[in-house]
Ligand binder design. Structure first.
Ligand SMILES: Nc1ncnc2c1ncn2[C@@H]1O[C@H](COP(=O)(O)OP(=O)(O)O)[C@@H](O)[C@H]1O
Ligand SMILES: [Mg+2]
Length: 521
């Protein structure tokens, strides 16, 4: 029941015509989204079985980055149908067996109907990205954003044997309020949300030789309080001079390597900044650790902790490092890096809320493009694959004996929830649409689906609504897994922290050593 309620709550957000949710946390902060994972993440869920639905969304998101709502709906629907079977006194273990068989068959069918594509072509990956963004707040700009997503993933993709591998984390995403979503841009390189630390330093360095540091350019404070007794002004002066010399030496060490840009994870002393500025060396300080690592990958430079050991071989290279004004703030652009596999998407938008939803949408788009680049197979959307799989499962069920047959049939019915929900969310009549879909699939129209923008049943491959096969396969896997796991549970028991049960007063515990109050849930 609890798990079904969760599935019910995300239903209305499925598809391009789905509604958004406004999530309000205890501080009154508001998130507006239609992203299944985000909705479930932010929801305050108490019931342990309901929490398992959140896990479904998480797995789905981590594995493929899209299809979270669909997976949760299918999981809820599988439980719904199981309940009906249990009422007809089919035992849960038989349902579980049937569901597992159905899952195998469903995956097989998906593989069979999938269309193979060329992963390096721009066209199909772009369509896939556009489909994933069709149901988001930024749908209006999806063509533009899909282009950026495809270009970024193709830039970071690596060939391994005859396959490609791409890591979404290699695409850096930066955000800055101002302008509009249309001004979101792709930069061949890395953008740092930091300015050049000293006004006397150059703001633009071409042919940059970059020192990457993860230790501070400061005189380290001792861990304990130390006192120095100074007796004369000369001693005081000598002490200060000593400190200045140490800082000056740091700069000299950097200069000796030939570096003209210093990118530092920690702080840089004012005096060091001053010396660097005098030598015409640019410095940016307090850069995020993850960014320093990305910079190292992109520029080919080594991250150095000890200045004494630094040589010119440790330096990274970029054609240009420049501070630019973006909106109200200044950011540092590192472009034309040694390894061209470094890109940053700079998201712009009128408000932080729009930018946050744009970031989630772009992340989904990057994920689905990665999915098809790594496994270059796609299916059409709009409920077409679910219906085709459902049809084949119904045929398959005929070949099975008695009760298992019922379970496989239920699995087939559960899949129909996707085209039905898409239709309902578009304000159309699900009964009309479903019967038309069924009859057209029966006639061999594999990609007949519901195009929600026109409200017509049509060949979804003709309107270019494509999705990665990987997403659809994962939906079946995570949906079935959660449903069967919940089906196997017949009781929820509050597990106490105590190892030995407390003896009830009067001695003589309950028979079988059971905990008191066990059946209350
Ligand atoms: N133009 C369209 N017509 C009908 N269905 C569409 C269209 N565009 C996308 N879809 C469908 O919307 C569903 C995805 O909706 P979405 O809200 O993103 O949920 P999920 O979190 O499961 O990805 C997919 O089944 C996809 O095929
Ligand atoms: Mg989606």
């Amino acid at each position: 029941m609890a798990a079904k309620v969760v599935a019910e709550s995300v239903k209305s957000s499925l598809g391009p015509k789905g509604m958004d949710k406004m999530l309000v946390d205890s501080f009154g902060d508001v998130t507006i989204t239609s992203d299944g994972r985000t909705i479930l993440d932010e929801m305050d869920i108490q019931h342990p079985a309901a929490k398992m639905m959140v896990e479904v969304a998480k797995t789905q998101d981590n594995e493929t980055g899209d299809g979270t709502t669909t997976a949760v709906i299918i999981s809820g629907e599988l439980l719904n149908k199981a309940e009906e079977l249990i009422e007809k006194s089919v035992h849960p273990t038989i349902i579980i067996d049937g569901y597992r068989k159905a899952q195998e068959k469903a995956l097989e069918t998906l593989e069979k109907i999938a269309i193979s594509i060329d992963p390096t072509s721009q066209d199909y990956p772009k369509r896939v990205a556009m489909t994933s963004m069709a149901s988001k707040l930024v749908a209006e700009h999806r063509e533009y954003l899909a282009d950026l997503a495809v270009k970024s993933i193709l830039a970071v993709a690596e060939k391994e044997g005859d396959k490609y591998k791409a890591d979404v984390d290699d695409v850096k995403v930066e955000k800055k309020t101002g302008e509009s979503i249309r001004d979101t841009q792709l930069v061949q390189g890395i953008i740092l949300d930091k300015d050049v630390s000293h006004s006397g330093m150059p703001k633009r360095v071409e042919k940059a030789k970059i020192a990457l540091l993860d230790s501070p350019l400061e005189i380290e404070k001792t861990e304990f309080d130390a006192k120095i007794n100074i007796e004369s002004p000369e001693q005081m002066e000598a002490f200060l001079k000593q400190e200045e010399d140490m800082l000056r030496q740091m700069v000299e060490k950097i200069e000796k390597t030939g570096a003209n840009v210093v990118l530092c994870e920690k702080g840089v002393d004012d005096m060091v900044q001053h010396f660097l500025a005098r030598k015409g060396i640019m410095a940016v300080r307090r850069i995020k650790k993850s960014d320093i690592e990305k910079l190292s990958k992109a520029t080919g430079g080594k991250i150095v902790s000890n200045l004494d050991a630094m040589t010119s071989a440790d330096l990274g290279y970029a054609n240009l490092v420049e501070e630019r004004k973006v909106g109200e703030d200044k950011m540092t652009f590192v472009e034309g890096c040694k390894h061209p596999r470094a890109v940053t998407i700079l998201i712009r938008g009128a408000t932080e809320r729009i930018i946050a939803e744009a970031e989630r949408s772009i992340h989904d788009a990057l994920c689905v493009v990665r999915d098809v680049v790594e496994e270059p197979k796609i299916v059409a959307g709009g409920g077409a694959p679910e219906l085709e799989v459902s049809r084949s499962l119904k045929k398959y069920a005929e070949t099975l004996p008695g009760r298992e047959q019922l379970a496989v049939k239920s699995f087939a019915d559960a899949l129909e929830a996707i085209p039905i929900t898409l239709t309902e969310n578009a304000g159309l009549d699900p009964i009309d649409v479903l019967s038309e879909l069924r009859s057209r699939h029966e006639k061999g129209e594999t990609w007949a689906g519901i195009e929600v923008n026109t409200g017509k049943v049509q060949d979804m491959s003709k309107v270019g609504v494509y999705e990665p096969l990987a997403v659809k396969k994962q939906i079946i896997k995570s949906g079935t897994e959660a449903a069967t796991m919940i089906l196997k549970i017949d009781d929820v028991i509050a597990a106490g922290k105590m190892k030995t049960p407390p003896m009830p007063p009067g001695g003589g515990g309950p028979p079988g050593g059971g905990y008191p109050g066990m059946g209350e849930y």
